[in-house]
Design a protein around this ligand. Structure first.
Ligand code: AMP
Length: 217
């Protein structure tokens, strides 16, 4: 499948993407994960992105498009992809449209995962992430805690609260989402690609996406 997952930070895009990859071998492409990897590795991209990310702002469109132009042409994308956290602005969506036309790729669906703000705030402040960049397993201190000592159950690395998951940074990220990313809902609706999903569970979202893709075929 070739889909875009739209939704505020904490709407569950990453969790849903991981469930969807298990269905048909499509790859998850998370610009947030790619950027965090670059920050950790101390690359020039990471150095430029870090300040924007820590404050809850967006990384400049030109940097993101450089990453995505390359990533979408890698071999593993030929079997399908799930875009998680991209596009995040109208200029990114315009550029993506041109890139997909150039690569002769047609999107199946844009899934808009719609979750109330109070649920998102609670989810993000209780979220912990494995610090190992090749693992990045996600935990929740209430519903799915890490192993004793705040260690990752999968790889044993320490789990951390991301710098952009403090209350201040989360409020900023939600404001940025409303201002810069929410307009993409109307953008993709006009293109006839949008499916808005209000399911509470990740499995419910996955089932709605499967049904949505089947209906658009
Ligand atoms: P995420 O894990 O998707 O919430 O992304 C974490 C942070 O990475 C965001 O708050 C932004 O600073 C940056 N980021 C991720 N994807 C994008 C994007 N498509 N455009 C601009 N900034 C992004």
């Amino acid at each position: 499948m070739r889909i875009i997952l739209l939704g505020a930070p904490g709407a569950g895009k990453g969790t849903v993407a991981k469930l969807l990859t298990a269905l048909d071998g499509s790859v998850q492409i998370s610009t947030g994960d790619i950027l965090r990897g670059a920050v950790k590795a101390g690359t020039p991209l990471g150095k430029e992105a870090k300040g924007h990310m820590d404050s809850g702002g967006l990384v400049p469109d030109s940097l993101i498009m450089g990453i995505m132009e390359q990533r979408l042409q890698e071999k593993d994308c030929q079997g399908g992809f799930l875009l998680d956290g991209f596009p995040r602005t109208i200029p990114q969506a315009d550029e993506l449209g041109k890139l997909l036309t150039k690569l002769n790729i047609k999107l199946d669906l844009v899934a808009n995962i719609d979750v109330p703000r109070d649920v998102i705030l609670d989810r993000l402040t209780t979220r912990r992430t494995c610090s190992n960049t090749s693992c990045q397993e996600i935990y929740n201190i209430k519903s799915n805690p890490p192993a004793p000592g705040d260690k990752c159950k999968k790889c044993g690395s320490p789990t951390i609260q991301r710098a952009d998951e403090t209350v201040e940074a989360i409020s900023k990220r939600l404001d940025v989402y409303n201002e810069k990313t929410a307009p993409l809902i109307g953008y993709y609706d006009k293109l006839g690609k949008l499916l808005t999903i209000k399911e509470a569970s990740s499995d419910g979202v996955v089932n709605a996406i499967k049904a949505g893709i089947a209906a658009k075929k």
